[in-house]
Design a protein around this ligand. Structure first.
Ligand code: FAD
Length: 414
């Protein structure tokens, strides 16, 4: 039994914790956190502030409108491969709420999951807007109050404890404002890592390669010369450079390095993800087994015809009608070297229309990684892209939003 001003108060499990919570940002992480907090603690007063006209606008565009909301992680051998920033912390966060929990969470909203052959997980309705509507409905059912069109301008510790958010008092604040840093936090001097873009395509300074627009090298390895940044996968040639999974992954791994270099560097392309010796052996075999055949009609390693002819003619300077019998050691060396370590100057970047995230944000050193509560300011929490956690494409970014939001809701409810 508690006692205040001479009045006996009946203790219940909730009486010692005030739960009026402001969620700043009505995106994926903010709305998920609000729902989870109300599920944990129905008596909590939860208010979501969203600057845009409606909540979860970005979520409605994800996965090309289909919402790639998580990944089965079947092909992930180490978290570092998919979370270039925050992989250690994600290990802990995923232990609390992983892709299987995401599937269950959405199934409670009546949304089933489908795993595609590349391990990406989508809602069975394949409709991001339906996912958004289901979360909105759940917020409304649980009594989460949502204020759209309200850009939060100030967050400050209240003299009586708790927080003042644009002149209203709250016990806790959850910041889920996505990429870019919230100006309102500036005066609190919380450690941040400078935000830089991630998941972009690369602009190449090579007019000739642009002739190959639309061509896909199915298994290439791209790397940045003079660094350890490297990525393997399909490579798409576009009207101004390169895109596709291998490029996007590389842009994620090297996001900070590329920003520092102002997106100027030298790119190495191994068109076939093989080593030079293997290719030389293959060429010598062809020279002895089919000497009369023309090189241009014997495409190596499943490369598309247009790309193969471009490599022979433009990159190796070999005649169109050259036969295998006619190629000497010098020619074989040149061909195997270009196939395995072609080189192009990068002269800029472009936003990838499908997906784009920000690397950087609130430093992970500034938060307790179990609760994502600010070490310097108890009662102030962070979730989603505002944290210095980001991933390659494939559903990993949204999984980070769900996992971080879940951990914050659990910490506030405790
Ligand atoms: C086109 C596109 C497609 C994508 N597809 C995928 C995908 O298929 N799978 C995947 O895993 N990831 C995908 N991503 C990444 C994913 O969308 C993000 O990782 C995720 O949305 C991050 O969620 P969040 O809630 O942290 O931030 P956001 O979704 O960006 O939400 C932040 C919200 O805060 C609001 N806000 C900002 N400042 C204030 C303020 N001062 N006051 C009030 N409100 C404020 C913003 O308006 C916004 O609504 C995609 C991204 C893009 C751009």
């Amino acid at each position: 039994m508690a006692h205040r001003n001479g009045v006996h108060l009946i203790d219940n499990q909730y009486s010692n914790r005030a739960l009026k919570t402001a969620v700043i940002g009505g995106g994926a992480a903010g709305c998920f956190c609000a729902v989870q907090l109300k599920r944990n603690r129905p008596e909590a007063e939860v208010c979501v502030f969203e600057s845009g006209p409606s909540t979860m606008h970005k979520l409605s565009l994800t996965g090309g409108g289909r919402c790639n909301f998580t990944n089965s992680f079947e092909r992930v051998s180490s978290l570092e491969e998919v979370y270039p920033r925050g992989f250690r912390q994600m290990k802990r966060l995923l232990a609390a709420f992983d892709h299987r929990d995401t599937g269950k969470w959405f199934s409670l909203l009546g949304i089933g999951s489908v795993v595609e052959s590349d391990s990406r997980v989508f809602p069975s309705c394949m409709d991001a807007r339906k996912v958004v509507r289901s979360i909105q409905k759940e917020m409304s059912r649980l009594g989460v109050s949502v204020e759209c069109g309200h850009r939060v301008e100030s967050i400050s510790p209240a003299p009586q404890g708790g927080w003042t958010v644009d002149s209203e008092h709250f016990d806790n604040v959850v910041v889920t404002t996505g990429g870019g840093l919230l100006k309102a936090l500036g005066s609190l001097e919380i450690a941040t890592v400078k935000p830089v873009p991630s998941l972009f395509t690369l602009k190449l300074d090579c007019a000739a390669i642009k002739e190959l627009m639309g061509v896909i090298a199915p298994d290439a390895t791209v790397s940045i010369q003079g660094t350890a940044f490297k990525s393997r996968g399909a490579l798409l040639i576009t009207d101004w450079g390169i895109s596709g999974p291998a490029t996007l992954r590389l842009s994620s791994y090297a996001a900070r390095f590329l920003a520092e270099k102002n997106y100027i560097c030298n790119l190495a392309i191994n068109w076939v993800s093989s080593n030079q010796q293997e290719i030389q052996d293959r060429c010598r075999k062809l020279k002895s087994s089919c000497p009369r055949k023309m090189l241009s009609t014997t495409c190596l390693q499943g490369l598309p015809d247009r790309l193969w002819k471009f490599i022979l003619k433009e990159r190796c300077g070999l005649r169109d009608d050259l036969r295998w019998a006619e190629i000497g050691d010098k020619g074989i060396n040149r061909l195997s070297s270009i196939l395995t370590s072609d080189s192009y100057p990068v002269c800029g970047r472009a936003a990838f229309k499908e997906e784009f995230v920000t690397a950087g944000g609130i430093s992970l050193d500034a938060v307790d990684i179990r609760s994502l509560e600010c070490k310097k300011y108890p009662g102030l929490y962070f979730a989603g892209e505002v944290l210095d956690i980001d991933a390659v494409t494939g559903g990993f970014n949204l999984q980070a939003a769900w996992s971080t939001a879940y951990c914050v809701a659990a910490a506030i409810s405790d």
